[in-house]
Design a protein around this ligand. Structure first.
Ligand code: PLP
Length: 466
């Protein structure tokens, strides 16, 4: 007689329930997540259980335990992938956090375009096929003074498309001071190579003169390119050629001038008390034949790259087969149109667009908020933690106005000798809506410039205590 007959529990493998048995107890999970996924996870859990038994462990085998583990795995696996976070990093347009947030007008338009058929490429007047960019071209022209315009997925795509259309198998002189790299993956020399054109470096890193461009011109030159050095600045003994002079030189040789503005802007930042950033209209007025700029940097809209310029060149660009590969989707188009319309009233656009509202927020207002927040949280944080109001500097981010910092105010969190500041930062990241700050000098800085949902923030911070 074997021992397993007299003591059935001696063979724990026999006690592992079957997949079917678990499924019978998991009707709710099956209804929520669907049979195939639930079966897959049940198999996985039972395999783990057998594995534990085979190494001599004693796993929890009752059905309730198995089902609760099942529910937990399924809800973690199906949790939303993108989560809202509270950006208190001090960088307003943070590329890793998705840059600009959209205004209400754009959100409504996105929801409409996403949930219903639209006249995206259909002319309701004539009843024939239309052009998807007709919905924004007139707005871009109105706001930049350009004759024609188009748009693609981001500014990197815009630069690629423009160069590939206008300079394929030809040369493009660029100043050595403007061979920028943006975020590690966008480098002018590499984009040129992919666009199939050859870069001709002119001038020196710190100084480039008109005559440097002049001597680079030959029969194989396709255009002159000027790149706005948006994320760095060369200082000291420097010189570069103004767009107007460059446009004159290009035109004297029947060549176009292309300007990659990077962030670009549709309003004069200097008038808002901020350091000036070239406006798209300035560049067109100075004679640029094509300009490109981002939709989600200082413009404050969705990710896209706007291209504006002469009718002839824009028509040419639109016919490039790459354009189809880089085209905007309907949701982005709907959002850009609404964002651009807001610029028709320069008086209200700064308040309506979150990016501009946050960039221009008064420091006195931020300071008052910091004091309110610190007061609301004093005595409500984990033992030993300290919170205090400290002046700081924010930056715009995404390479816009890189060296210019804007005065701001932070709530600084520290935890005394025994608490590592990285643990504080981690605790804030683990909140149901993660709060992101910046660790600096052993303290977690929560720059309040971008804090709009103050009560939600205070409520979240109080949960740290629990
Ligand atoms: C940011 C930037 C780009 C890339 O723009 P994306 O919209 O991020 O693709 C290209 N050129 C310059 C000068 C930039 O600043």
């Amino acid at each position: 007689m074997s021992t397993s007959e007299s003591l059935p529990e001696a063979n724990p493998h026999r006690q592992v329930p079957s997949v079917d048995a678990v499924l019978q107890n998991a009707a709710r999970e099956v209804a929520t997540w669907g049979q195939p996924q639930v079966v897959e996870i049940v198999r996985q859990i039972l395999a783990e259980v057998r594995q534990q038994i085979s190494v001599g462990q004693v796993p929890e085998l009752d059905m309730e335990n198995i089902c609760s583990r099942l529910g937990q795995i399924l809800s973690e696996r199906n949790a939303p992938r993108l989560l809202p976070v509270i950006n208190l990093t001090g960088t307003v347009l943070h590329t890793n956090l998705g840059r600009a947030s959209l205004p209400r007008e754009a959100l409504d338009a996105v929801a409409m375009a996403a949930s219903s058929p639209t006249n995206l490429e259909f002319d309701l007047h004539s009843g024939v096929r239309g052009d998807r960019e007709s919905h924004i071209e007139d707005l871009i022209c109105e706001l930049t003074g350009a004759e024609a315009a188009t748009a693609v997925n981001n500014n990197a795509a815009a630069v690629l498309l423009v160069l590939n259309t206008l300079a394929m198998n030809a040369q493009v002189p660029v100043s050595r001071g403007e061979l920028v790299e943006i975020g590690g993956s966008f480098r002018i020399p590499e984009v040129m190579q992919r666009a199939n054109c050859s870069l001709v470096e002119v001038g020196a890193t710190n100084r480039t003169h008109l005559k440097d461009y002049q001597s680079a011109l030959n029969d194989n030159t396709a255009l002159l390119l000027k790149v706005h050095t948006s994320n760095y600045r060369i200082e000291g003994f420097t010189s570069s050629v103004d767009e107007q002079e460059l446009a004159d030189l290009a035109h004297a040789h029947q060549l176009p001038l292309v300007v990659d503005l990077g962030s670009g802007s549709l309003i004069d930042f200097a008038s808002l008390g901020l350091p000036g950033e070239p406006t798209a209209a300035d560049m067109i007025a100075k004679g640029a034949d094509i300009i490109t700029f981002s939709g989600d940097k200082l413009l404050g809209g969705p990710q896209c790259g706007l291209i504006a310029g002469t009718r002839e060149l824009i028509d040419h660009i639109k016919k490039n087969p790459l354009k189809r590969a880089l085209r905007l989707d309907k949701m982005t188009l709907a959002a850009v149109a609404e964002v651009l319309k807001l610029y028709r009233d320069p008086g209200s656009v700064v308040q309506k667009l979150p990016a501009l509202r946050q960039v221009t927020r008064e420091v006195a207002d931020i300071r008052q908020q910091a004091q309110r927040v610190c007061e609301a949280l004093s005595g409500e944080l984990p033992p030993g933690w300290k919170i205090e109001v400290v002046d700081c500097f924010s930056q715009i981010g995404s390479g816009a106005l890189p060296l210019e910092t804007i005065e701001s105010v932070a709530c600084c969190l520290s935890g005394g000798e025994l608490t590592d500041v990285r643990d504080i930062a981690l605790a804030l990241r683990k909140l149901p809506t993660p709060i992101l700050g910046r660790v600096h000098k052993g303290v977690l800085w929560l720059d309040l410039r971008c804090l709009e949902r103050e009560q939600e923030f205070i409520g979240l911070m109080r949960q740290l205590h629990l």
